[in-house]
Design a binder for this molecule. Structure first.
Ligand SMILES: [Zn+2]
Length: 287
Protein backbone atom coordinates (compact mmCIF):
# COMPACT_ATOMS: atom_id res chain seq x y z
CA UNK A 1 0.00 0.00 0.00
CA UNK A 2 1.14 3.48 -0.66
CA UNK A 3 0.80 6.23 1.93
CA UNK A 4 -2.79 7.28 2.58
CA UNK A 5 -1.93 10.96 2.19
CA UNK A 6 -1.30 10.64 -1.54
CA UNK A 7 -4.95 10.91 -2.39
CA UNK A 8 -5.46 10.55 -6.11
CA UNK A 9 -2.16 8.92 -7.03
CA UNK A 10 -2.02 5.27 -7.79
CA UNK A 11 0.84 2.91 -7.03
CA UNK A 12 3.69 2.84 -9.54
CA UNK A 13 5.81 -0.02 -10.83
CA UNK A 14 8.84 1.68 -9.24
CA UNK A 15 7.16 1.71 -5.82
CA UNK A 16 6.26 -1.97 -6.10
CA UNK A 17 9.83 -2.79 -7.15
CA UNK A 18 11.14 -0.87 -4.12
CA UNK A 19 8.76 -2.80 -1.82
CA UNK A 20 9.99 -6.08 -3.33
CA UNK A 21 13.64 -5.08 -2.83
CA UNK A 22 12.94 -4.20 0.77
CA UNK A 23 10.99 -7.42 1.28
CA UNK A 24 13.82 -9.50 -0.17
CA UNK A 25 16.29 -7.80 2.18
CA UNK A 26 14.23 -8.80 5.23
CA UNK A 27 13.55 -12.38 4.06
CA UNK A 28 10.02 -11.98 2.67
CA UNK A 29 9.65 -13.91 -0.57
CA UNK A 30 6.27 -12.68 -1.78
CA UNK A 31 4.06 -9.65 -1.15
CA UNK A 32 0.34 -9.30 -1.68
CA UNK A 33 -0.36 -5.71 -2.76
CA UNK A 34 -3.57 -4.92 -0.90
CA UNK A 35 -4.80 -1.37 -1.25
CA UNK A 36 -8.07 -0.52 0.46
CA UNK A 37 -11.15 -0.57 -1.74
CA UNK A 38 -12.15 2.82 -0.30
CA UNK A 39 -9.18 4.47 -2.02
CA UNK A 40 -10.85 4.16 -5.41
CA UNK A 41 -13.32 6.36 -7.28
CA UNK A 42 -15.13 3.17 -8.37
CA UNK A 43 -15.97 2.51 -4.71
CA UNK A 44 -17.25 6.04 -4.30
CA UNK A 45 -19.70 5.54 -7.16
CA UNK A 46 -21.23 2.44 -5.53
CA UNK A 47 -20.63 2.88 -1.79
CA UNK A 48 -20.31 6.62 -1.17
CA UNK A 49 -22.75 7.72 1.54
CA UNK A 50 -22.77 4.32 3.31
CA UNK A 51 -22.54 6.35 6.54
CA UNK A 52 -25.68 8.42 5.89
CA UNK A 53 -27.97 6.36 8.14
CA UNK A 54 -25.80 6.89 11.22
CA UNK A 55 -27.76 9.09 13.68
CA UNK A 56 -24.65 11.02 14.81
CA UNK A 57 -24.05 14.15 12.67
CA UNK A 58 -20.44 14.66 13.87
CA UNK A 59 -19.51 11.09 12.92
CA UNK A 60 -21.28 11.44 9.57
CA UNK A 61 -19.37 14.62 8.79
CA UNK A 62 -16.05 13.09 9.83
CA UNK A 63 -16.58 9.98 7.71
CA UNK A 64 -17.81 12.09 4.79
CA UNK A 65 -14.64 14.17 4.69
CA UNK A 66 -12.37 11.15 5.28
CA UNK A 67 -14.05 9.39 2.35
CA UNK A 68 -13.89 12.45 0.10
CA UNK A 69 -10.15 12.67 0.75
CA UNK A 70 -9.50 8.99 -0.01
CA UNK A 71 -11.88 7.61 -2.65
CA UNK A 72 -10.16 9.14 -5.67
CA UNK A 73 -7.67 6.74 -7.25
CA UNK A 74 -8.48 4.52 -10.21
CA UNK A 75 -9.03 0.82 -9.53
CA UNK A 76 -8.28 -0.21 -13.12
CA UNK A 77 -4.96 1.64 -13.08
CA UNK A 78 -4.07 -0.06 -9.76
CA UNK A 79 -4.92 -3.51 -11.10
CA UNK A 80 -3.02 -2.81 -14.33
CA UNK A 81 0.10 -1.71 -12.46
CA UNK A 82 0.16 -4.73 -10.16
CA UNK A 83 -0.37 -7.07 -13.12
CA UNK A 84 2.50 -5.33 -14.94
CA UNK A 85 4.66 -5.89 -11.86
CA UNK A 86 3.78 -9.61 -11.92
CA UNK A 87 4.57 -9.74 -15.64
CA UNK A 88 7.91 -8.06 -14.96
CA UNK A 89 8.77 -10.96 -12.63
CA UNK A 90 8.35 -9.15 -9.32
CA UNK A 91 7.21 -11.44 -6.49
CA UNK A 92 3.81 -9.86 -5.91
CA UNK A 93 0.23 -11.01 -6.11
CA UNK A 94 -2.81 -8.85 -6.78
CA UNK A 95 -4.85 -8.23 -3.69
CA UNK A 96 -7.26 -5.73 -2.23
CA UNK A 97 -8.43 -4.98 1.29
CA UNK A 98 -12.21 -4.97 1.08
CA UNK A 99 -13.92 -3.20 3.92
CA UNK A 100 -17.20 -4.15 5.49
CA UNK A 101 -20.15 -2.13 4.20
CA UNK A 102 -23.22 -2.97 6.25
CA UNK A 103 -26.06 -4.19 4.05
CA UNK A 104 -24.08 -3.49 0.88
CA UNK A 105 -21.76 -6.48 0.48
CA UNK A 106 -23.69 -7.57 -2.62
CA UNK A 107 -22.74 -4.26 -4.24
CA UNK A 108 -19.11 -4.82 -3.26
CA UNK A 109 -19.20 -8.30 -4.82
CA UNK A 110 -20.65 -6.90 -8.06
CA UNK A 111 -18.02 -4.16 -8.16
CA UNK A 112 -15.12 -6.62 -7.76
CA UNK A 113 -16.51 -9.27 -10.08
CA UNK A 114 -14.34 -9.78 -13.16
CA UNK A 115 -11.06 -8.46 -11.73
CA UNK A 116 -8.26 -11.05 -11.59
CA UNK A 117 -7.54 -10.79 -7.87
CA UNK A 118 -5.27 -13.35 -6.22
CA UNK A 119 -6.49 -12.59 -2.73
CA UNK A 120 -9.17 -10.44 -1.12
CA UNK A 121 -8.76 -9.37 2.48
CA UNK A 122 -11.85 -8.49 4.47
CA UNK A 123 -11.76 -6.00 7.31
CA UNK A 124 -14.01 -4.05 9.63
CA UNK A 125 -12.79 -0.45 9.95
CA UNK A 126 -16.03 1.31 10.77
CA UNK A 127 -19.23 0.75 12.67
CA UNK A 128 -21.91 2.92 11.09
CA UNK A 129 -20.19 6.24 10.40
CA UNK A 130 -17.59 5.66 13.13
CA UNK A 131 -14.15 4.87 11.71
CA UNK A 132 -13.09 3.53 15.09
CA UNK A 133 -9.46 2.75 14.27
CA UNK A 134 -8.79 6.31 13.12
CA UNK A 135 -8.52 7.12 16.82
CA UNK A 136 -6.17 10.07 16.40
CA UNK A 137 -9.13 12.04 15.06
CA UNK A 138 -10.78 14.11 17.81
CA UNK A 139 -14.36 13.12 16.93
CA UNK A 140 -13.45 9.45 16.62
CA UNK A 141 -11.62 9.37 19.93
CA UNK A 142 -14.48 11.17 21.74
CA UNK A 143 -16.74 8.36 20.57
CA UNK A 144 -14.42 5.81 22.17
CA UNK A 145 -14.99 7.61 25.47
CA UNK A 146 -18.77 7.72 24.95
CA UNK A 147 -19.33 4.01 24.23
CA UNK A 148 -18.88 0.99 26.44
CA UNK A 149 -16.15 -1.42 25.37
CA UNK A 150 -18.72 -4.26 25.31
CA UNK A 151 -20.94 -2.31 22.93
CA UNK A 152 -18.00 -1.67 20.58
CA UNK A 153 -16.93 -5.33 20.59
CA UNK A 154 -20.53 -6.52 20.10
CA UNK A 155 -20.98 -4.31 17.06
CA UNK A 156 -17.57 -5.27 15.76
CA UNK A 157 -18.37 -9.00 16.10
CA UNK A 158 -21.68 -8.52 14.28
CA UNK A 159 -20.00 -6.62 11.45
CA UNK A 160 -17.37 -9.37 11.20
CA UNK A 161 -20.15 -11.97 10.90
CA UNK A 162 -21.80 -10.13 8.00
CA UNK A 163 -18.44 -9.62 6.29
CA UNK A 164 -17.35 -13.25 6.72
CA UNK A 165 -20.60 -14.72 5.45
CA UNK A 166 -20.71 -12.41 2.40
CA UNK A 167 -18.33 -14.60 0.38
CA UNK A 168 -16.53 -11.46 -0.80
CA UNK A 169 -13.20 -12.09 0.94
CA UNK A 170 -10.71 -14.92 1.45
CA UNK A 171 -8.85 -13.70 4.53
CA UNK A 172 -10.00 -11.71 7.56
CA UNK A 173 -7.45 -8.93 8.07
CA UNK A 174 -6.44 -7.91 11.61
CA UNK A 175 -9.34 -10.03 13.00
CA UNK A 176 -9.47 -8.38 16.44
CA UNK A 177 -9.01 -4.76 15.33
CA UNK A 178 -11.58 -3.76 17.97
CA UNK A 179 -8.70 -3.85 20.48
CA UNK A 180 -6.77 -1.15 18.56
CA UNK A 181 -6.91 1.47 21.34
CA UNK A 182 -6.12 -1.13 24.00
CA UNK A 183 -9.66 -1.38 25.41
CA UNK A 184 -10.65 -5.01 25.90
CA UNK A 185 -13.94 -6.35 27.26
CA UNK A 186 -14.09 -8.30 30.52
CA UNK A 187 -15.37 -11.41 28.73
CA UNK A 188 -12.63 -11.29 26.08
CA UNK A 189 -12.50 -15.08 25.57
CA UNK A 190 -16.19 -15.19 24.66
CA UNK A 191 -15.59 -12.68 21.88
CA UNK A 192 -12.57 -14.66 20.72
CA UNK A 193 -14.69 -17.81 20.61
CA UNK A 194 -17.32 -16.03 18.57
CA UNK A 195 -14.80 -14.56 16.11
CA UNK A 196 -12.93 -17.85 15.63
CA UNK A 197 -16.22 -19.66 15.07
CA UNK A 198 -17.32 -17.07 12.50
CA UNK A 199 -14.07 -17.28 10.54
CA UNK A 200 -13.96 -21.11 10.64
CA UNK A 201 -17.62 -21.58 9.71
CA UNK A 202 -17.21 -19.43 6.62
CA UNK A 203 -14.08 -21.25 5.45
CA UNK A 204 -11.87 -18.15 5.61
CA UNK A 205 -8.27 -17.66 6.60
CA UNK A 206 -7.08 -15.18 9.23
CA UNK A 207 -4.32 -12.64 8.83
CA UNK A 208 -1.65 -12.62 11.53
CA UNK A 209 -0.25 -9.11 11.53
CA UNK A 210 2.58 -7.35 13.30
CA UNK A 211 0.80 -3.99 12.87
CA UNK A 212 -0.88 -4.25 16.28
CA UNK A 213 2.49 -3.80 17.95
CA UNK A 214 2.62 -0.29 16.42
CA UNK A 215 -0.74 0.63 18.02
CA UNK A 216 -1.91 1.25 21.59
CA UNK A 217 -3.15 -2.38 21.61
CA UNK A 218 0.58 -3.27 21.80
CA UNK A 219 -0.08 -6.82 20.61
CA UNK A 220 -0.07 -8.60 17.26
CA UNK A 221 -3.40 -9.25 15.53
CA UNK A 222 -4.91 -11.63 16.51
CA UNK A 223 -4.25 -11.98 20.25
CA UNK A 224 -2.46 -15.23 21.21
CA UNK A 225 -5.68 -16.55 22.78
CA UNK A 226 -7.64 -15.91 19.57
CA UNK A 227 -4.85 -17.36 17.44
CA UNK A 228 -4.91 -20.54 19.54
CA UNK A 229 -8.67 -20.83 18.97
CA UNK A 230 -8.22 -20.26 15.23
CA UNK A 231 -5.51 -22.92 15.17
CA UNK A 232 -7.71 -25.39 17.04
CA UNK A 233 -10.53 -24.73 14.54
CA UNK A 234 -8.20 -25.45 11.59
CA UNK A 235 -8.32 -21.90 10.22
CA UNK A 236 -5.41 -21.21 7.83
CA UNK A 237 -3.35 -18.05 8.31
CA UNK A 238 -1.50 -15.47 6.27
CA UNK A 239 1.16 -13.12 7.65
CA UNK A 240 1.38 -9.36 7.21
CA UNK A 241 3.20 -6.29 8.38
CA UNK A 242 0.41 -4.08 6.93
CA UNK A 243 3.11 -1.77 5.56
CA UNK A 244 1.85 1.62 4.42
CA UNK A 245 5.41 2.84 3.97
CA UNK A 246 8.62 1.25 2.76
CA UNK A 247 10.37 0.99 6.16
CA UNK A 248 7.39 -0.98 7.51
CA UNK A 249 7.76 -3.84 5.01
CA UNK A 250 8.34 -7.07 6.91
CA UNK A 251 8.67 -5.33 10.27
CA UNK A 252 7.90 -7.71 13.15
CA UNK A 253 7.49 -10.81 10.98
CA UNK A 254 10.22 -12.67 12.86
CA UNK A 255 8.27 -12.04 16.06
CA UNK A 256 5.15 -13.62 14.54
CA UNK A 257 6.85 -17.00 14.02
CA UNK A 258 6.93 -18.02 17.69
CA UNK A 259 3.28 -16.95 18.07
CA UNK A 260 2.30 -19.13 15.13
CA UNK A 261 4.33 -22.04 16.45
CA UNK A 262 2.72 -21.71 19.89
CA UNK A 263 -0.72 -21.91 18.27
CA UNK A 264 0.31 -25.10 16.45
CA UNK A 265 0.78 -23.64 12.98
CA UNK A 266 3.27 -25.27 10.63
CA UNK A 267 2.02 -23.63 7.44
CA UNK A 268 1.01 -20.19 6.27
CA UNK A 269 -1.10 -19.65 3.20
CA UNK A 270 -0.33 -17.86 -0.05
CA UNK A 271 -2.99 -17.23 -2.69
CA UNK A 272 -3.20 -17.59 -6.45
CA UNK A 273 -6.43 -16.59 -8.21
CA UNK A 274 -8.22 -16.71 -4.84
CA UNK A 275 -7.11 -20.28 -4.16
CA UNK A 276 -5.04 -21.05 -1.06
CA UNK A 277 -1.55 -22.50 -1.43
CA UNK A 278 0.09 -23.77 1.78
CA UNK A 279 3.68 -22.68 2.42
CA UNK A 280 5.79 -24.38 5.09
CA UNK A 281 6.49 -22.04 7.96
CA UNK A 282 9.56 -23.83 9.21
CA UNK A 283 10.94 -25.48 6.07
CA UNK A 284 14.11 -26.63 7.84
CA UNK A 285 12.28 -28.32 10.71
CA UNK A 286 11.43 -31.55 8.87
CA UNK A 287 14.91 -32.19 7.59
ZN1 LIG B 1 -7.06 -2.69 7.51
Amino acid sequence: MWPHGEADSTVTLEQIAAYCDRAGAVGVTEIAITEHLFRFAQADAVLGGFWDEDPDPALRATMGSYWAEHARADLDAYVGTVLAAKDAGLNVVLGLEVDHYAGRMDKVAALLDGYPFDVLLGSVHWLGAWGFDNYEDRVVSAEWDARSTEDVWDRYAMALEELASSGVCDVVAHPDLAKVTGRRPAMLEEYHDRMAETIARNGLAAEVSSAGWRKPAAEAYPAPDLLARLGAAGVPVTTASDAHRLPEVGVGLDDLRPLLAAAGYRFVTAYRARRPVPVALFPDADR
